[in-house]
Design a protein around this ligand. Structure first.
Ligand code: FMN
Ligand code: MN
Length: 469
């Protein structure tokens, strides 16, 4: 599947709106998208951007149905169900990409004076943003200089000039590992920003895939067929052959530039003026694009947008995978709600089998690849409560939970510098809470739960219409 297939599938399912009147890249496009996403509206195809001929595609992943279309799963699958199918696919096997010689993205290859990134209709999203952001639904491809590990990571990218984009690679991200190694080697890091191609490029490059594992292999397993890549003769990087646009070049580990501010997924700005923090940047040496390329963007800002839906999907999936890899028995369902921005809270449902099982799960969550980073809280519930049934989760927190006895506070954990609840100069570390809302396994005298009398309930259901309902 490439972005164009995905757009057609959305259109067939009534999940796409084409906007044919002229729209300004300067705030108008992003505001249409944000308001549309708040209304859970369709994906948007902006065919005429003021001053440009290139169209923009957005709001791709705002509904569960469109996530299902992207994953090629039945369109009535729940968000939690999609994450489960992701977990099952990557648990069975990973499929490495296939190298091909040609592909549509090679239709146009620009170098030197031909490169001007302002030729793309790059949006400015929010009023205080420091500039135009070309990389939102983007994947940065980098390679570990010491091994075969090729990483895809979504890191925001601001246009800094005609041939430069700022890249916000946060400490501990995989491109940061690679960049640190290039710094030790005293060399610039080859890198490429990919826009478009398989919609799973973006879905997986923003996922918490373990270090050493290539997101290309995850795409292969989700599709059950290899992703197609060509090997660039400029950098040696494998790049998606069916992408819309690729910006290829290098990131010099010795140099930083200011970027931002940017209205982030937390609902707050981050970057210059709000917190001084210079970023690496990609010096673009080559641009590839398909004929009539489509620029793909994703809404950021307050929940719930595209960003929160994709994070809820992929983080639920990777957390579930992490817990299964730890061989913890009894895990029934896992959910990281989009309302928590798709990252800050996790809920796990467990069938308890031994004393302390529920807290075993809680402490495991915060130690996983997914849960060790930026998580504020874990809520553990018994197996009669699906992790994504917020009404029942709240009931459990009310009638199965005693705060002093069944809360654990972890004082120090890895945080994200984008968390606005932390002081602006101390955001590396945050605390976490584990809320054990399960009935203690070891209790001999458990509370007696109310159930309907089965025979009477069946009888009442059979007579339902007779009662005049
Ligand atoms: C729309 C969007 C924008 C993101 N922007 C950034 C960013 O600017 N910097 C960053 O480090 N992570 C960002 N993330 C989160 C990363 O994509 C995520 O942590 C991912 O795991 C990074 O890949 P890696 O684990 O291979 O480093 C963003 C995620 C999404 C969905
Ligand atoms: Mn990675």
């Amino acid at each position: 599947m490439d972005l164009r297939d995905y757009i057609s599938l959305c259109e067939k399912e009534g999940e796409l709106k084409r906007i044919d009147i002229e729209v300004d890249w300067d705030l108008e496009l992003s505001h249409i998208s944000k308001i549309n996403e708040e209304n859970k509206g369709p994906a948007l195809f902006f065919s005429k951007i003021k001053g440009y001929n290139t169209p923009v595609f957005g709001s791709a992943f705002t509904t569960v149905k469109r996530l299902a279309i992207a994953l090629g799963r039945p369109t009535d699958t729940s968000l939690c169900g999609l994450s489960k199918s992701w977990m099952e696919a990557i648990s069975s096997k990973l499929i490495p990409p296939k190298v091909v010689k040609s592909g549509p993205v090679l239709e146009n290859v620009l170098e030197g004076e031909q490169i001007n990134l302002y030729n793309f209709p790059v949006p400015k999203f929010y009023p205080m943003d420091g500039g135009r952001y070309i990389g939102t639904a983007v994947s940065l491809v980098t390679k570990d200089p010491d091994s075969d590990w090729v990483n895809l990571g979504t890191y925001r990218m601001q246009l800094l000039d005609e041939k430069t984009v700022g890249v916000q690679i946060i400490k501990g991200k995989h491109a940061d590992f690679h960049l640190n190694r290039y710094r030790e080697l005293g060399k610039p890091m080859p890198a490429a920003a990919v826009i478009g191609g398989d919609p799973l490029n973006f879905a997986t490059s923003s996922a918490m895939v373990s270090p050493g594992v290539s997101e290309y292999d995850v795409i292969g397993s989700l599709r059950n067929e290899p992703a197609e890549v060509f090997i660039s003769d400029l950098t040696g990087l494998p790049l998606p052959a069916n992408a819309e646009i690729i910006l290829e070049g290098e990131i010099d580990p010795q140099e930083l530039r200011q970027e931002g501010p940017f209205g982030e997924y937390t609902g707050y700005y981050s970057g210059k003026k709000t917190d001084e923090w210079p970023k690496p940047f990609l010096a673009v040496k080559r641009v590839y694009h398909r004929n009539n390329p489509i620029l793909w963007t994703t809404s950021v800002g307050k929940p719930i947008t595209d960003t929160h839906m994709i994070q809820a999907l992929n983080r639920t999936a990777t957390l579930w995978t992490d817990l299964n890899n730890m061989r913890i028995p009894g895990i029934k369902s896992v959910f990281i709600p989009p309302e928590s921005t798709g990252r800050y809270w996790a809920i796990v449902s467990v069938k308890q089998m031994y004393p302390g099982h529920s807290i075993h799960v809680g402490t495991a969550v915060i130690s996983t690849t997914t849960g060790h980073y930026g998580l504020k809280g874990v809520i553990i519930v018994d197996d009669d409560i699906p992790a994504d049934d917020w009404t029942k989760v709240f009931w459990a927190m009310s009638v199965r939970y005693d705060p002093v006895a069944r809360t654990e506070i972890i004082k120090r954990g890895r945080s994200t510098p984008l968390d606005p609840s932390l002081p602006i100069d101390a955001r590396d570390i945050c605390s976490r809470i584990i809320i054990d809302a399960c009935i203690p396994y070891e209790w001999e005298r458990k509370p007696i739960e109310i159930f309907l009398d089965k025979d009477m309930a069946d009888k009442v259901r059979a007579k339902w219409k007779e009662y005049g309902f």
